[in-house]
Design a protein around this ligand. Structure first.
Ligand SMILES: [Zn+2]
Length: 178
């Protein structure tokens, strides 16, 4: 494992210790109508990421309804100031599809995903910290514009020997950064 990679995974541990990255257990709520998932398109992480989302439904004996909208980078495309949101186009397209999915499929839960390592984030030279910051901004922006929607953020980490998905606490992130 490279030194920069080790450093980023240490940062993941810092976020876990500070309650920003939390384990997701079967108490995770609001799955009844399904989930619009906004992950990165990454073909190497997709199976584990979706499998985890499916397991949340299975643990609660709910029908699995996952509506994935995955572009390169995922939810970090949404903020206007994201270096991956070229001319604001990517964010606009993603938001339009999120709104349409909510109406078409009557889904009340939106989960925005960030992940590490992310090729798209890497191309834009975004650190893990900057990636989480973009994810939290995306969550804030979507909450503002979609008032009837439950919006949460997850973060997927590939540790090479294991993969994990964490819930990202917006409140703990704000506290940690203040
Ligand atoms: Zn990615």
């Amino acid at each position: 494992m490279s030194e920069p990679e080790k450093k980023e995974l240490l940062y993941v541990e810092t976020l876990r210790k500070n309650g920003v990255f939390l384990e997701i257990d079967n108490r995770f709520r609001n799955l009844e109508t399904g989930m619009i998932a906004v992950p990165c398109a990454d073909c190497d992480q997709r199976v584990d990421l979706i499998r985890h989302a499916e397991s949340l439904f299975e643990e609660q004996n709910l029908p699995t309804r996952i509506h994935p909208l995955g572009l390169n980078g995922g939810a970090i495309l949404i903020p206007e100031w994201s270096p991956l949101n070229i001319n604001g186009e990517d964010g606009r397209v993603l938001m339009r599809h999120i709104r349409d999915a909510a109406v078409l499929k009557h889904i009340g839960l939106l989960v925005l995903y960030g992940h590490y390592p992310c090729g798209a984030a890497g191309l834009a030279k975004l650190s893990l910290e900057e990636t989480v910051n973009l994810l939290m901004s995306a969550e804030g922006l979507v909450k503002e514009t979609m008032s009837g929607m439950r919006v949460d953020a997850f973060f997927h980490v590939d540790y090479r020997n294991k993969k994990r998905t964490y819930f990202v606490s917006h409140r703990a992130w704000k506290q940690y950064r203040s």
